[in-house]
Design a protein around this ligand. Sequence first.
Ligand SMILES: NC(=O)c1ccc[n+]([C@@H]2O[C@H](COP(=O)([O-])OP(=O)(O)OC[C@H]3O[C@@H](n4cnc5c(N)ncnc54)[C@H](OP(=O)(O)O)[C@@H]3O)[C@@H](O)[C@H]2O)c1
Length: 287
Amino acid sequence: MGDKPVAAAGTFGLGGELTVYRLGFGAMRITGEGIWGPPADRDQALRVLRRAVELGVNLIDTADSYGPEVSEELIAEALHPYPDGLVIATKGGLVRPGPGKWERDGRPEHLREACEGSLRRLRLDRIDLYQLHAPDDKVPFEDSVGTLAELREQGKVRLVGLSNVSVEQLNRALEIVPIATVQNRYNLTDRANEDVLDACEQRGIGFIPWFPLATGALARPGGPLEQIAERRGARPSQIALAWLLARSPVMLPIPGTGSVEHLEENCAAAAIELDPEEVELLGRVAA
Ligand SMILES: NC(=O)c1ccc[n+]([C@@H]2O[C@H](COP(=O)([O-])OP(=O)(O)OC[C@H]3O[C@@H](n4cnc5c(N)ncnc54)[C@H](OP(=O)(O)O)[C@@H]3O)[C@@H](O)[C@H]2O)c1
């Protein structure tokens, strides 16, 4: 896996069977405004995806609801036939009534149909990692997770993941099917899901922090993030990613962007190894 910038982040074995570099790419931002419709610059979106793979990214996160359908279609257009070892992680369980609007649908019939749609758009016989986008409180959680387990038994899905779940929900899902990853909101300034991260770390489950670049007030001029960034000739957003990578060996950040320049900057963060004191300082001031 040699001379690729993201290789510096090290690897993680998803479900103990698919090895990926720990710094991936989130393909939500390659759609239109409000994660709706086609991107303003389609060629640029295709370039971003191809450049991600050139930089070594082999974990791309998407969902049927991004666009909807647009993100998955662009991934297939840019990258199919897929290079060996590329893991495309998609999700089902959210529907889109309009721009910026998201609704949950965890009914088994919806999830089965959503998975078929993702297989078709991604031009795959089997999805490497299929994630329940969010629990739907109108549907028993066991029914939604059970449907993903069935899809796995049928060979349509290789590994099952969850998103936006609590530790209690993770434990209930583990009674039904092995869980390879959990994708919850987590970043330097929003650590509400610390308990879920710890549960994942204890069980060797990959933790995919969404909104990884948020730095909020920490990035203020003269603040600790800027000081560390300046000292290392890096951008505060790169330090935020480096902190996530240092926080846990199961952490798999998937920063998202529609810009090649930002992508390159984010991937370069894989090589930034923070000192234990910097990790501790950032963790403390942000907590
Ligand atoms: N499971 C869920 O419920 C859920 C929810 C949200 C997101 N996600 C997943 O998580 C991924 C990441 O989340 P996210 O997109 O919300 O947050 P993010 O990756 O932390 O931030 C993306 C935002 O930061 C900007 N950005 C990216 N790189 C930058 C850089 N180097 N310098 C300056 N600005 C930069 C992007 O704009 P530009 O395009 O202009 O670079 C975009 O506005 C998504 O792509 C998606 O796959 C999952």
